[in-house]
Ligand binder design. Structure first.
Ligand code: SF4
Ligand code: SF4
Length: 341
């Protein structure tokens, strides 16, 4: 896989969070964090990601505070107790200067630990991209990194594993980031596992306009329509976008204003052959071509264009001035139903 580009979304899409962290409790007994640890033999390398590249994702300071060394002590306990043979890499984005210097100091005294500093560009934190960049391993999107002996987890998951496996204490809540144009405020919240989306969004959403809700971001997350859905451990952030109901004039020349809109209400328009989607794709695919074949009803043809290499980062849809949902087309064509047709 040749990886190119990436986009600094922190520059393109600035989000200011209020520093409010509150506890939202589930109406039922909370669910408990349960991480099935793979066998010691199957894990050759641990990658701990301190590298969120999306501005709406939970930042490290919420999870770690300023206690980077305490965090590494816990990683060390995990490594020595559970995976003594595994090497451990910590990946940090270059905008996290405090964590970088603490990590490097720690690694200088611990040979099992390596520190990698990467550009704060999306989607450099994708496990497929990290496995290639750090270990030179080619992994297809959707393939379990463990099949190559690589265990990848984020800071919050590392702390939860430590608490449940080393301290034998139950973990039943987690931090998530809430943001977006459809909300009254952007907040970090601590929420019990099993709490419904409905309860979280109650009194937080601007009720004046239609909105769309995305779990784990509008780029590579999942849009949710069923608000009875419960928050599980894999929910890092919730983004609520106000639906836009008017088209912009000449969107293809407003490249400095690429921003998140939704194409529910009136934004969708014809492809203008600008090739922004091809240029931005980090794995050199050609989404514009897929869109053309899809429009002709040739889903099998789309499949023949290497779409399994797509890491589903969503950058093509983000960059498209016509707001064509290119990632949705790719996912649909990748699906087993199309394979069978
Ligand atoms: S989602 Fe789009 S930009 Fe991202 S890898 Fe797939 S085709 Fe490329
Ligand atoms: S699909 Fe969108 S980004 Fe790609 S060429 Fe067409 S208008 Fe441009």
């Amino acid at each position: 896989m040749v990886f190119k580009g990436g986009v600094n979304l922190f520059d393109a899409y600035k989000i200011r969070f209020c520093n409010i962290v509150e506890e939202i409790s589930s109406d039922n007994p909370p669910e408990v964090f349960n991480f099935t640890l793979p066998s010691e033999q199957s894990v050759k390398h641990i990658i701990v990601t301190l590298c969120p590249t999306e501005p709406w994702a939970l930042p490290n300071w919420v999870t770690l505070g300023h206690k980077t060394t305490v965090f590494f002590d816990k990683i060390k306990e995990l490594q020595t107790t559970i995976f003594p043979e595994a090497k451990c890499s910590v990946v940090i984005t270059n905008n996290e200067t405090e964590h970088i210097s603490a990590a490097k100091e720690y690694a200088a005294m611990n040979e099992w630990l390596e520190v990698f500093v990467i550009d704060a560009k999306y989607p450099y934190d994708d496990p497929v991209v990290l496995s290639k960049a750090i270990l030179n391993k080619d992994i297809n999107f959707g393939q379990d990194t463990l099949s190559q002996g690589i265990l990848v987890f984020d800071a919050q998951t590392a702390l939860a594993i430590h608490k449940s496996r080393i301290l034998n204490k139950s973990v039943n809540s987690r931090f998530i980031a809430l943001s977006g144009t459809g909300l009254k405020e952007n907040e970090f919240i601590k929420v019990q596992l099993g709490t419904t989306l409905e309860k979280i969004l109650k009194n937080r959403v601007k009720e004046t306009a239609p909105y769309r809700v995305f779990i784990n971001g509008p780029l590579r997350g999942m849009e949710v329509n069923d608000f009875a859905q419960k928050i599980g451990w894999t929910v890092n952030d919730i983004v609520v976008l106000a639906a836009q109901d008017k088209k912009e004039m000449f969107p293809m020349i407003n490249t400095d204003r690429l921003h998140f809109t939704t194409n529910l209400l009136g934004e969708l328009r014809a492809c203008v052959y600008c090739n922004f989607c091809d240029d931005i794709c980090p794995v050199n695919l050609e989404p514009a071509l897929y869109h053309q074949a899809y429009n002709r009803g040739e889903k099998q043809k789309v499949r023949s264009y290497d779409i399994e290499k797509c890491i589903e980062c969503g950058l093509c849809s983000f960059a498209c001035p016509s707001k064509i949902e290119l990632l949705r087309i790719i996912k649909e064509c990748k699906s087993p139903d199309v394979q069978k047709a």
